[in-house]
Design a protein around this ligand. Structure first.
Ligand code: GSH
Length: 222
């Protein structure tokens, strides 16, 4: 739980701790020092598909944020955008904002569907899952996304404009754990340095490790 210098009502985050999409939200909240309540929601075991959950988020996914005044917000990067307003984690210049958004859309369309899904298949599906046949193609596409990031980081320190911000948080989450999906980071020196820069930021909180069952599956899959 974060410190106490928050703004407004205490918010609630419904999230699954090993999920990068959920960790993005927790990381920003920790870095903002904003109070929040975390409701652990095991999306890998159907907790987002109950009638009660679907009534609040018909898309049946975490993260989901409740503002504390009756409003609900979904989609990790939209949540980051809302939380980051009027903070140093969101640039003030419209051009820089648009570049940060470009990287956040890139994360959702060209990175997360491969890097995160490869990791999910390795850790959270049975060893005989037919989905494992998708792994080679997912890993190839994951490496293609990492190559785009590596090229950007050759002459930029951050993805959010002049400084660290929510585009970095969005891309950090699943890039950091890409090896758990069989996508090693050894060939990406600029990404490796950027990951270390993110981890050195004030208030940084690492993603909790997968539970023992998922960790054992990952060890057998990578
Ligand atoms: N685009 C969404 C993706 C969210 C997402 O895929 N959440 C997964 C966990 S990482 C989930 O809730 N899956 C459960 C399900 O689909 O039943 C976001 O960024 O928030």
């Amino acid at each position: 739980m974060a410190g106490t210098k928050g703004r407004g009502a205490v918010i609630t985050v419904h999230g699954f701790s090993p999920s990068g999409n959920c960790h993005k939200v927790r990381l920003l909240l920790e870095q903002l020092g904003r109070p929040y309540r975390w409701v652990e929601t095991d999306s890998a075991r159907g907790a987002t598909r109950t009638p009660e959950y679907l009534a609040r988020n018909p898309n049946g996914k975490v993260p989901m944020l409740e503002t504390g005044d009756g409003r609900v917000l979904v989609e990790s990067n939209a949540i980051l955008h809302w939380l980051a307003q009027d903070t140093p984690y969101w640039p003030t210049d419209a051009w820089q904002q648009s570049h940060a958004l470009a990287w956040m859309f890139f994360e959702q369309y060209s990175h997360e569907p491969y890097v995160a899904v490869a990791r999910f298949i390795c850790g959270w599906t049975p060893a005989d899952s037919p989905r494992r046949a998708d792994l080679p193609a997912l890993r190839d596409k994951g490496h293609a996304a990492l190559a785009v990031m590596e090229r950007h980081l050759a002459d930029h320190d951050w993805f959010s404009g002049a400084g660290y911000g929510i585009a970095d948080i969005a891309l950090f989450a699943y890039t950091r754990v890409a090896p758990e999906g069989g996508i090693p980071l050894e060939g990406y020196p600029a990404i490796t340095r950027w990951l270390a820069r993110v981890e050195a930021m004030p208030g940084f909180m690492p993603m909790p490790p997968p539970d023992a069952e998922a960790a054992a599956r990952i060890a057998q899959s990578t």
